[in-house]
Design a protein around this ligand. Sequence first.
Ligand SMILES: Cc1cc2nc3c(=O)[nH]c(=O)nc-3n(C[C@H](O)[C@H](O)[C@H](O)COP(=O)(O)OP(=O)(O)OC[C@H]3O[C@@H](n4cnc5c(N)ncnc54)[C@H](O)[C@@H]3O)c2cc1C
Length: 542
Amino acid sequence: MAEATDVFIAGTGPVGAAYARIILQTNPALRVTMADVGSQDGPVIGVHHKNSIKYQKDIDQFVNVIKGAIQPISIPPQDTLISNLGGQGWRPPEGEALIFHGSNPNQQPLLNLKGSGITRAVGGMGTHWTCNCPVPHENERRQLESVIPGDVLTGLLGEAGTLLNINDDQFDKSVRQIVVKKSLESFGDRVQKMALAVKRRTDNPDYVTWTGPDTILGDVVGNPNFKLLTEHLVVKVVISEGDPGMISGVSLRDLTKKENSERLVTAKAVILCCGAIPTPQILFNSGIRPDPLGRYLSEQSLTFCQVVLRQANIDAIPRGPPWGEFEPVGDAILKHIEDYQGDPLPIPFTDPDPQLMMTYSPERPWHVQIHHDAFSYGEIGPRADSRVVVDIRCFGPQEIQRDNRVTFPPQDLFRQWVPGIQDIYGMPQPTFEVRRSKSDHDNDQKMMAEMTQIADLLGSYLPGSYPQFMEPGLALHITGTTRIGTSANESVADANSKVHGFKNLWVGGNGCIPDATACNPTRTSVAIAIKGARAVLQYLRQ
Ligand SMILES: Cc1cc2nc3c(=O)[nH]c(=O)nc-3n(C[C@H](O)[C@H](O)[C@H](O)COP(=O)(O)OP(=O)(O)OC[C@H]3O[C@@H](n4cnc5c(N)ncnc54)[C@H](O)[C@@H]3O)c2cc1C
């Protein structure tokens, strides 16, 4: 007999966790099974890896964690060419594409989101994310508000704030944050404290606890009805033979077993929260292929640079009273000067990182982060004292276009003519077709100009981290691929994230966001998920 559960959730990232939390908190008697293709890296389900003191002492090292966490999605054969391979090393015959597991002969390099990736781990990207959670500007949620009324959405974004533990005051006692804020006085109110999913530790305030899916799940993991299957690939959802509008369960592959271990788990409700590319991939593989699936894809452009703070602004940090704006950190400065008399910097080694942002505005439609944090790039190494280095990242929206999309080749067809075109997990290989419009390019140019203006006020460029556009996709904020909406011609799911045409199938994640946004998406996706979870509960009550 097949395994049975009430609610099956695919994916254990922040969004899957939000579904599990709301559902089990409201009705602890329901059996909830979560499955993830990734492994569980520690005893706590979905904990943020940056909570390790090791990384909080040496944030640079976290760059390697993120690098290791992101697997590329689509690699065109051209990208694998080694043009300077000399000597007798093996090279493919001239004119033949190099095809190996994970490379995609259908990918046009210019239309690729080369920097995009998937994190396959229990907790998903929630185990490494930066935790910036601004509320989207009204222009960034126009489409969403045509699906979920504005007041309802505002309430949900507030609830998401609670679930994610969002605070903007946990880095107030940062010498550098005060320095940066002062340097950017000419920007006025535009410079705000970052809304971060984080809480300073009370047992040792030198460190913080970043929100991971563990925070979102809370104590529901202790419920005996909660079950987690790790290293289980959700291959497809299974449509009921008697009713084409019902899902009877999911087909799972236990990756730890060698052969043919696909098995059915039956469920009353199925929720797919596997990220903006794997979620439509599972639907596609299940034969659920509505025209909008994978379309309206929108990904943010990303500019980046790092600066070393201005000499004059560091010299202006008072070494004793009167402290002026430095009052909140005066004691810490004094103690540092006393403890480390040879240090030319009056900045404590445990000084909280600066965490500031400038959010989207109609005049400047992009999102700016002025902070010091680790990404998959931008490690400082021994080049500079990391206490004087500040990162600037700007995220630019992408106009919504129906033809910007991810496609999946039909599995049976390609098996005949191009072997190996599945992804490394044997799922249909995603192919990107994404173009930035002229207005996107114009906006990106202005965004870059503002970044350099901010950089100039702050200091001078760290060699090697000059202003640059990063690889498309590196923002890791893809939206739209399973967008919610009112019409089945233009969306995959309804206002409750329930897939059009199905009674018991839901989707969650950034793919549900129907807008072109510049802000970070997770808060919005969690807000949409809270509404979806209530719809699941309502359905199960009937
Ligand atoms: C470096 C970095 C910085 C970021 N910073 C921010 C930020 O500051 N603010 C912000 O809002 N967002 C940020 N993000 C993005 C944020 O992490 C994501 O928006 C968020 O994690 C999305 O949650 P999710 O649950 O939808 O998907 P994910 O976190 O991607 O989780 C999806 C889960 O599904 C699993 N999965 C995939 N396919 C399958 C399958 N077939 N079967 C079973 N399981 C599957 C994966 O293993 C994964 O655990 C950042 C991400 C990174 C990597």
